[in-house]
Design a protein around this ligand. Structure first.
Ligand code: PLP
Length: 401
């Protein structure tokens, strides 16, 4: 079936801005997207300036561009700039907020089946140290967190609801805003891992109703690697003293005294990648120029087309769950190992990644899945690339099957 492309989307400009599309058919946007030239230029210019005039001096000279990242992320998420911290990656953002929480034995953390490995490992560590209870809420018929089951699980022992919006291993979109309503009406802190959703769809923290949200720069935002961000709602900040403090996050007031800074930058540290920060700000501004609803519309159109064709390929099973699906497409192909498919596609300059069991163990074990091929599209991909991808995949299955 031929799906209609959004008429307003200037795909030529998107591809002109993306040098990587010349060399590669890049379907690893959930791993790291191809940076637009604007982001690359911003990063390289700052590094060049550092080399020419000195790192501290370059930071001073680029102060406005460095500060811009806070406004850009605040616009992206619909929050205040003082609710944003810029850190190295989504995991560090998530950990800084999570480990700032104080739990006591018997406290319960509610999460979902699709929770990301690093987050779950942190739950397990706090279970070991503080004897908390990790309650995994069952899925509904779509594979999303079951909202009724979530409501039923709530009592006064629940101290946190922490879920992943879009899992690492599939197109599923958890009902983040509905979870937010439940969390708010029960007065329970809500931590949302939006690492795989931000940049490919509209994320509005007011609408979602989360207290904390985490994201990364390199995935659908198309920023440089080694960048991430943390949103913490103003009203939640005072109760969260970060697990690590330095002279940027706090001020040493006297021999035995320090005060933690008031804004979300209490979760940052002093030394940071200035070029990365500028690059992240540029990438967010670039995404905002396209418009997140436009990006989402095109990403969903492309991913749906990819799923539709894959479903016609003999031996291929599309594994994505969710009532509404996003740009991450996962599949298996009969007896062929996902890693072999990845390797064979790479020989044809096609990038995909492999989602392993240990990245999302609860979900993968429940579905009795081993590795999955993850082909994640972005708006700069084309329908022709999808067709080429499927032709190559069929060839690989035929030759190796
Ligand atoms: C759902 C999810 N959360 C968090 C992360 C971690 O992000 P980062 O590597 O930026 O720490 C990933 C990475 O793939 C992810 O898929």
């Amino acid at each position: 079936m031929k799906l209609k492309s959004p008429t307003t989307f200037d795909i030529e400009r998107a591809r002109d801005d993306t040098p990587g599309v010349i060399e590669k058919l890049h379907f690893n946007n959930a791993g790291a997207s191809l940076m637009p030239r604007q982001v690359l230029d911003a990063v390289v210019s700052h590094l060049t300036l550092e080399a020419q005039i000195g790192g501290y001096e370059a930071a001073e000279k680029s102060k406005l561009s460095v500060e811009r990242v806070y406004d850009a992320v605040a616009t992206l998420l619909n929050c205040q700039r003082d609710e944003v911290a810029i850190v190295e990656n989504a995991t560090r953002a998530w950990d800084m907020a999570f480990y700032a929480m104080r739990f006591k034995p018997g406290d319960r953390i509610l999460t979902a089946v699709s929770e990301y490995a690093s987050n779950y490992i942190a739950f397990l560590q706090v279970k070991k140290s503080a004897d908390v209870i990790i309650d995994v809420i069952a899925n509904d018929q779509w594979g999303q967190i079951d909202l009724e089951a979530l409501k039923q699980a709530i009592d006064e022992s629940v101290k946190l609801i922490a879920i992943t919006h879009v899992p690492t291993n599939g197109g599923l979109i958890n009902p983040a805003a509905e979870v937010g309503q439940i969390a708010r009406s029960a007065g329970i802190p809500y931590l949302l891992d939006a690492c795989q959703s931000v940049g490919q769809m509209t994320i509005d923290v007011q609408e979602i109703g989360c207290d904390i949200l985490t994201g990364t720069g390199r995935k659908f935002i198309r920023g440089p690697r080694g960048t991430g961000f943390l949103y913490v709602k103003n009203s939640a900040l005072a109760n969260l003293e970060p697990p690590f403090l330095d002279l940027h996050a706090a001020e040493w007031m006297g021999r035995d005294q320090y005060i933690v800074r008031q804004d979300a930058r209490r979760f940052e540290n002093w030394e940071t990648n200035y070029a990365g920060k500028i690059g992240l700000g540029t990438a967010v501004d670039y995404a905002l120029q396209w418009g997140l609803p436009n990006i989402e519309e095109r990403v969903v159109m492309l991913a749906n087309k990819l799923r539709e064709i894959l479903m016609t390929v003999p031996g291929v099973v599309v594994r994505d769950q969710g009532q509404k699906k996003c740009g991450i497409v996962t599949f298996t192909a009969d007896a062929l190992a996902a890693t072999l498919i990845q390797e064979q596609l790479a020989l044809k300059d096609i990038n995909v990644s492999v989602s392993k069991v240990a990245y999302s163990r609860l979900d993968m074990e429940a579905r009795k899945l081993n590795n999955l091929v993850r082909a994640s599209v972005h708006y700069y991909n084309t329908e022709q690339e999808i067709e080429r991808f499927c032709v190559e995949l069929q060839r690989i299955i035929k030759v190796n099957g």
